[in-house]
Design a protein around this ligand. Structure first.
Ligand code: DGJ
Length: 767
């Protein structure tokens, strides 16, 4: 951490920079500031130059903490009541700006005391609090009042820890902050420690509260969904009262995704305007409350769902909340998504900052369903390899007595009838034709018709003596139990030890019901909500450590377990079982508001699709899937020669643009939302030398031409040549023009009819 000083640094050219010691000039942001300074636009007497590195400083005199990272400043202070108070969250401020000390709000009236109206970072339920608390506990003597005061803090590089304590009892809370240098995204979490001599029960714990500047013109964006219809984007004004986004399903769920984005309604679009956004890293039941309170302050509080929550904390024990990540952008919702994408690729994914590009995969599920066997899979593998597929994945049906979804889950041995020689011959075959091998598993589940359930009926979530609700004929194993955790790990470890497997598709096809844990004391049973998820993460972590080259996909009957928590342990996500390439445009668009296309699996499947019985050309289906991580899930036994020819070309084209799509910056040029007739996305490579544009038409109307496409994010100075991967431009467009030309003048494509698609590449010529 660099300390603030009053140092004045003399520039060689005679221009004076006032401000910070350890001045580091890195990145474009600094270059821009520097050139402003050199142009004399930075201020009359002296120019404050700043770096975009993450710094955390504490000003003892004012008791103010200042977190600066990338283009964001996050500032908090300790007020006269020893509360930790939010002072600022927004565009990065010049380093020289200082903040006056925090002062609590005096309160509104006798009905709304100061505790409610002061913008606090973390507030416990106590002392007359009516807004959403970050923490609520019950002590064994019946006391439920908790009032936290600042005690101390420590700063270590880009991390800040603030310690708070109850005014009388030995309950401590550590507020953890970590700032990401590249994106300005701040990661928060809270850790409660019970240093009393008795257990207490935590009934609610959030990771913290994000306070927005006071205002009444905010708009909330959020995502909803259901099986085969995930990732629907919604927006609504933030109004007095509270909006609760949540899952009570035991896992992330798709009814809401744990993400929010809030902007100033009317002053925003894809590329301009203030926006505050955040996402929870938690794969259990969760909640994010967006509250406009009685004095028109907007606060966002998030963590595990408080419904049915009750974590008993023994004397000396600690409970740490999940991570809640949030960021700010001055440049609209498009920029907010790009920051999240960059953060995921650069800091979050298992191999960050250099996650491997997703290979083109083939998955047999839609082709064969449960009817997998050695000969059938080998035949499909040969066909997949012939079009350039790099990974062959056997889906459900290969294990136990799995003839349908009625049996077999829990019994992770290779079915001896379907694969009489084990998986080895198939894996060898797959390797011999140039692909690696992947396998489907659903380790957290058990069918009542399985050896595992017959042996351990007590291993499932259940309330003693009560019915056990099945979903897809299966029950949930209680992964919070140490014996279940050990079993699941051992089963997967054995599978990976005995077979040369490069990839696991980890599925999860139902939600929780009857979440009881009869084997432990009643007061301990609700730990299941936390311990289950912690054990899931632990298993994934241990498997990755022991088998470091194995990659894992998070799938939950589609996109029902996609969040920043599971993303730390898995390499890719399955957004939806809905593989209709037209529906996918909207599904993928919604997904991309939070998650990078670099983890978004998208398969080309059969037409007409099973979902809507819609007929789409193979080229359309490929182009839809090429906007993410390309896979093929069609029944290749039904393909004609020309289908293989098309596929070979599309897979080869994809490999030329894959890095741009998976690692580049995504721009939404025309949104597929709100029944739009068109959808256009653009991905620009990190070095801005390549841009790939995908354009889709639902149905042309009344002889109107396709809207002109205006690319973004190009280097205006560089010249780009345009080529068509599919479809064609209208005549009269230049073969070569500057980035400025393409962005200002745009280009027209010749798309007419129903369900048409095109794709273009802008490639810099190097001058
Ligand atoms: C649900 C997944 O989303 C599908 O892709 C497939 O793997 C099935 N489960 C298999 O049961």
């Amino acid at each position: 951490m660099s300390k603030r000083t009053s140092a004045t640094i003399k520039h060689r050219g005679g221009i004076r920079f006032c401000g910070i010691k350890n001045l580091s000039l890195r990145g474009l942001h600094d270059a821009a500031l520097l050139s402003l300074a050199l142009l004399g636009m930075g201020g009359p007497a002296c120019v404050r130059a700043q770096s975009n590195e993450a710094t955390i400083r504490f000003d003892k005199a004012t008791q103010v903490f200042r977190i600066d990272a990338a283009d964001t400043s996050y500032i908090l202070g300790i007020n006269e009541n020893k509360q930790v108070q939010t002072l600022y969250w927004g565009k990065r401020l010049p380093a020289g700006d200082s903040f006056p000390p925090a002062h609590s709000d005096p309160g509104m009236s006798s009905f709304d005391a100061s505790n409610n109206t002061t913008q606090q970072e973390f507030v416990a339920w106590g002392g007359g609090l009516y807004i959403e608390p970050d923490l609520k506990v019950t002590f064994p003597d019946g006391n439920r009042d908790l009032v936290l005061h600042y005690v101390s803090h420590s700063i270590d590089g880009n991390q800040l820890v603030i310690v708070m304590k109850d005014i009388s009892r030995e309950v401590f809370v550590k507020l953890h902050y970590q700032a990401d240098e590249a994106t300005g995204i701040v990661r928060r979490s809270a850790e409660v420690e019970n240093r009393t001599s008795d257990p207490l029960t935590v009934e609610q714990i959030a990771s913290g509260t994000w306070n927005l500047p006071r205002g009444t013109d905010y708009r909330l964006r959020y995502l909803t969904g259901r099986w085969a219809g995930e990732w629907a984007l919604h927006e609504q004004p933030v109004q007095p009262g509270k909006t609760l986004l949540e899952s009570r399903r035991g896992s992330t769920g798709d009814q809401n995704n744990p993400w929010f984005a809030i902007d100033k309604n009317g002053a925003n679009d894809q590329d301009s305007g203030d926006i505050w956004f955040g996402a929870l890293g938690w794969s259990g039941s969760w909640q994010i409350s967006i509250e406009q309170d009685q004095v028109q302050q907007v606060r966002i509080t998030g963590g595990p769902n408080s419904f049915d929550f009750g974590y008993r904390l023994a004397s000396g024990a600690k409970l740490q909340s999940p991570y809640f990540y949030a960021g700010y952008s001055h440049d609209g919702i498009g920029s907010a998504s790009r920051l999240l994408h960059r953060f995921e690729l650069g800091s979050l994914l298992p191999h960050a900052p250099s996650p491997k590009l997703r290979p083109v995969l083939y998955n047999s599920w839609e082709a064969t369903e449960f009817n997998v066997d050695e000969a059938g899979q080998e035949a499909l593998a040969e066909k997949a390899a012939s079009v350039g597929v790099e990974r062959f994945v056997v889906d459900d049906g290969w294990f136990g007595q799995r003839a349908s979804d009625r049996a077999g889950l829990g019994d992770w041995y290779v079915n001896p009838v379907k694969f009489p020689h084990g998986l080895k011959p198939l894996i060898d075959k797959v390797h011999s034709i140039g692909m690696d091998f992947g396998l489907w598993v659903e380790p957290e589940m058990v069918n009542p018709d399985s050896d595992l359930y017959r042996k351990h009926p007590d291993w499932t979530l259940n309330f003693g003596g009560r019915p056990r609700t099945e979903g897809r004929n299966q029950l949930m194993l209680n992964l919070a139990r140490s014996d279940v955790r050990a079993y699941v790990f051992a089963a997967l470890d054995k599978l990976l030890n005995e077979n040369d497997i490069a990839f696991l598709k980890w599925d999860y096809n139902r939600n929780w019901s009857e979440p009881g844990w009869p084997a432990v004391a009643p007061e301990e049973q609700k730990r299941v909500y936390v311990d289950y998820v912690r054990n899931l993460y632990a298993i994934l972590d241990e498997l990755r450590t022991k088998h470091p080259s194995v990659e894992i996909e998070s799938c939950s009957g589609g996109g029902s377990r996609v969040d920043l928590g599971i993303m730390q342990y898995t390499d890719e996500m399955w957004p939806s079982d809905n593989t209709d390439a037209f529906d996918r445009l909207q599904i993928q668009d919604g997904f991309s508001y939070v998650y990078t296309p670099g983890v978004m699996m998208a398969w080309v499947t059969d037409s007409p699709t099973w979902v809507n019985q819609r007929t789409l050309s193979l080229e359309y289906r490929f182009l839809s899937s090429m906007q993410g991580a390309l896979g093929i899930g069609a029944n290749l036994n039904h393909w004609k020669t020309e289908d293989f020819t098309t596929a070979r070309k599309m897979v080869s084209d994809y490999k030329q643009i894959r890095e741009t799509v998976q690692r580049g910056s995504l721009y939404r040029l025309v949104s597929p939302q709100n029944e739009s007739e068109q959808s256009v996305t653009e991905s620009v490579s990190a070095d801005r030398r390549q841009a790939v544009i995908f354009a889709f038409l639902h149905s042309s109307q009344k002889f109107y031409p396709y809207p002109r496409i205006f690319p973004r994010g190009l280097n205006p100075e560089v010249r780009y040549g345009m080529t068509a991967l599919a479809g064609k431009l209208t005549s009269g467009q230049p073969a070569l023009a500057s980035g400025a030309y393409w962005m200002q003048q745009g280009f027209d494509v010749d798309l007419r009819g129903d369900f048409q698609a095109a794709a273009f590449v802008l490639q810099s010529t190097g001058d």
